[in-house]
Design a binder for this molecule. Structure first.
Ligand code: NAP
Ligand code: GDD
Length: 342
């Protein structure tokens, strides 16, 4: 029997890798996309199939997490076996500029999804994209039972979503799971997150089209993993017999400065010659150190991250150098996902 999945945030980094993974597993994949005046589907264009063709396995639907009635209609119509709620205003710095919008989409949007499933009365497993940002000021290592102490409107909105997901599980017996994911990156990472901002700059500096890179706090510690491995963990967390929450992380923390040094070294450059400080990239409250303990996921799901830190920096730099050399090259060529088939 073909399984059906519904992915919100399918145009994002994780959504695009997850769609690839599920299509490889034989799922029929439905994705929610926002109407925009310019195309916003570049991460999934290589997966697109003309709906007039036979045997089409991926379908896109216009909608928005702020529109509950649309979500309810789609959920009832599609009746998916699995829902992956990945859509969010996901940028921590931007959440300080747009706290209300972030609360509406990243927080209430989750409730709209949960309620849409509940009211449709369908038997669906739900994955909620929770985050290590919920731990905020709680010192590492952080695991499933570490207290939350969010330090941004984004973190606070995700804590609300986390508890709503648990509440729907406990109140209505729904199969609803929080994946508490630590930072994960890739060549498809949004260009304003620090890793991709750095690796794109390295490629341009090497090519001579950029000379300086402006950054904020270099002392923050993050546990950076590789996104294709994390979407595999998302899928596995919905295959368990009973619903429960999982941390996914590498367990290795490095500073922004260490990632920076590794990325510049990968191109034979010294970051000291190019990086400048700009206070506009500081946050009113910072999360100093996130290092995850993913032993529950390893024990129960057999999931373990293998790529981190300097290797990740090298992989992203190489991809950005290639992308600059071949503008327009489709992203799916940039990394091999074969090793992450389950
Ligand atoms: P991303 O690249 O920023 O993608 C976010 C997705 O959400 C995009 O598809 C975006 O659509 C969509 N979206 C934004 N606002 C929406 C709205 N109002 N209605 C419907 N869709 C909307 O994020 P990501 O890195 O793939 O992360 C996926 C999820 O995991 C997010 O919820 C994020 O908060 C969470 N998370 C990420 C990490 C990480 O390190 N990457 C770690 C922990 C948790 P457009 O393309 O149209 O903008
Ligand atoms: N974005 C950005 N830009 N961050 C910078 C910069 C800069 O110029 N300079 C220093 N940083 C520091 C930030 O202050 C932060 O400490 C760290 O780099 C990482 O920032 P981001 O890459 O923006 O990621 P994040 O950790 O804030 O949030 C990401 O990971 C979360 C999981 O922990 C996002 O993907 C969230 O959606 C996700 O939940």
């Amino acid at each position: 029997m073909t399984k059906t999945a519904f992915i919100t945030g399918i145009t994002g980094q994780d959504g695009s890798y997850l769609a690839e993974l599920l299509l490889r597993k034989g799922y029929e994949v439905h994705g929610l996309i926002r109407r925009a005046s310019t195309f916003n589907t570049s991460r999934i264009d290589h997966l697109y199939e003309d709906p007039h063709d036979r045997g089409v396995k991926m379908f896109l639907h216009y909608g928005d997490l702020s529109d509950g009635s649309r979500l309810a209609g789609l959920l009832a119509e599609i009746n998916p076996d699995e829902v992956y709620n990945l859509a969010a205003q996901s940028h921590v710095r931007v959440s300080f500029d747009e706290p209300e919008h972030t609360g509406d989409v990243t927080g209430l949007g989750t409730t709209r999804m949960l309620e849409a499933v509940r009211r449709a009365g369908i038997d669906t497993r739900i994955y909620q994209a929770s985050t290590s940002e919920m731990f905020g000021a709680s010192p590492p290592p952080q695991a499933e039972d570490t207290p939350f102490y969010p330090r941004s409107p984004y973190g606070a909105a995700k804590v609300y979503s986390y508890w709503m997901t648990r509440n729907y599980r406990e109140a209505y017996g729904m199969y609803a799971v929080n994946g508490i994911l630590f930072n994960h990156e890739s060549p498809r990472r949004g260009e304003t997150f620090v890793t991709r901002k750095i690796t794109r700059a390295v490629a341009r500096i090497q090519a001579g089209t950029q000379h300086e890179l402006y950054l904020g706090n270099l002392d923050a510690i993050r546990d950076w993993g590789y996104a294709p491995e994390y979407v595999e963990g998302m899928w596995r967390s919905l295959q368990a017999d009973a619903p429960t929450d999982y941390v996914l992380a590498t367990g290795v923390g490095i500073t922004v400065e260490e990632f920076l040094a590794g990325a510049f070294e990968a191109a034979g450059l010294d970051w000291h010659n190019h990086v400048k400080f700009d206070e506009r990239y500081l946050r009113p409250t910072e999360v100093d150190a996130l290092i995850g303990d993913a032993s529950k996921a390893e024990r129960e799901l057999g999931w373990k991250a293998t790529v981190h830190g300097p290797e990740l920096a090298r992989l992203m730099v190489e991809s950005d150098i290639q992308e600059l050399a071949h503008e327009g090259r489709p992203w799916h060529d940039s990394v091999s996902l074969a090793s992450w088939e389950a």
